[in-house]
Design a protein around this ligand. Structure first.
Ligand code: 13P
Ligand code: SF4
Length: 332
């Protein structure tokens, strides 16, 4: 017998008090099932306020972890424990090495304020929290770095070198990347870990030139995970939600090429005037792993009282990661 996944998912989520959460980069058929959809900041905020005891999170690992950290009483399951490639680039020991690098270059530990992009494991967030630091997302990085600078300390920004540099540039700050060229923390305000998003590195200056030559009035809008030279050559840079807002407000005749994940851009403005800024198909491989069948099987596992893929974090990690996340949520 063929299972109608959509109707079964809708039945079970009501009967079992489950909230389905889906990030904007999910496949369309999975995204449509979300009770809460959004970018990583919105998802963290709205999950915290949600009443249901069960969360089924369609996204990547750090996002499900963030819900568990800010709402430890909830049972959080993921249809696929898919890992963001960038979040994988740093763990607790790489974080410690980065601190040591700065100490070796003459900055005392007390004078370092770490900020971690939300795309990082809970162990990294926990270490950041223990050092008085904060989490940020691409929606609020400007405000968080600004707040961090009030401490008068050097900012260690992990793991995304592009986000760190792009925001440092927009704030007129000096930045450098550990392991690239001469990175002397004494000469920089923001010291970046050398991580990056492989999906957002797919957008090139040639792509921008192609679209500008073809449509001289076109606008180019990109995510700040893109390389700084791409952000510099663009007309607008913003987080997932900010990109959606930007495109929504355009005149319907205005052409725009958007440099971010394929599923999101494809859904943005289906009138033929919104293009994916790439000659490739920039899908996030891990975000795309989750299927409707996975979602169905996860709800079924709750119904069968054998929950699968549950996020479990130890108390100490949860406590400090929560402090780092709450410091972010307090900043409006
Ligand atoms: P947002 O914070 O814009 O949702 O981005 C998350 C992400 O993984 C971007 O690649
Ligand atoms: Fe991670 Fe990049 Fe995928 Fe976003 S698009 S989840 S940063 S790998």
């Amino acid at each position: 017998m063929l299972i109608n996944y959509k109707s079964e998912i809708n039945r079970m989520k009501k009967e079992l008090n489950v909230t389905i959460v889906a990030h904007f980069y999910q496949r369309d058929e999975v995204f449509e099932m979300g009770d809460i959809t959004g970018d990583s900041l919105e998802l963290a905020r709205r999950c915290k306020a949600d009443k249901n005891p069960w969360v089924v999170f369609c996204g990547v690992g750090f996002m499900g972890q963030s819900v568990k950290v800010i709402a430890p009483e909830k049972r959080v399951l993921m249809p696929k424990i898919a890992c963001c490639a960038m979040a994988r680039m740093i763990d607790g020991s790489y974080f410690d090495d980065s601190i040591q690098y700065m100490v070796d270059k003459g900055i005392s530990k007390e004078n370092i304020l770490p900020i971690t992009y939300i795309n990082s494991d809970a162990t990294v967030k926990s270490k950041v929290g223990q050092m008085g630091g904060m989490v940020c997302t691409s929606s609020n990085a400007y405000k968080i770095i600004e707040k961090g600078l009030e401490s008068g300390k050097k900012i260690l920004f992990v793991p995304d070198r592009c986000l760190g540099q792009n925001f440092a540039n927009s704030m007129g700050l000096k930045s450098c990347i550990i392991g690239e060229g001469e990175c002397d923390p004494k000469d920089a305000d923001v010291i970046c870990f050398n991580g990056f998003c492989s999906v957002h590195q797919l957008f090139t200056l040639e792509d921008i030139e192609f679209y500008r030559e073809r449509y001289p009035d076109i606008l180019i809008a990109v995510h700040p995970e893109c390389d700084p030279k791409i952000v510099k050559a663009s007309d607008f840079s913003g987080s997932t939600s900010q990109l959606i807002e930007f495109v929504k407000k355009l005149d319907p005749e205005q052409k725009v090429a958007v440099g971010t994940e394929y599923n999101l851009v494809n859904r943005m403005r289906p009138n033929g005037n919104t293009f994916v800024l790439s000659s490739t198909k920039p899908e996030c491989p891990t975000m795309n792993e989750t299927t409707l069948e996975d979602l169905y099987l996860t709800l079924k596992s709750i119904e069968d009282k054998k929950p699968i893929n549950e996020i479990i974090l130890d108390e100490e990690t949860t406590k400090w990661a929560n402090i780092a996340l709450e410091r972010m949520l307090e900043i409006k």
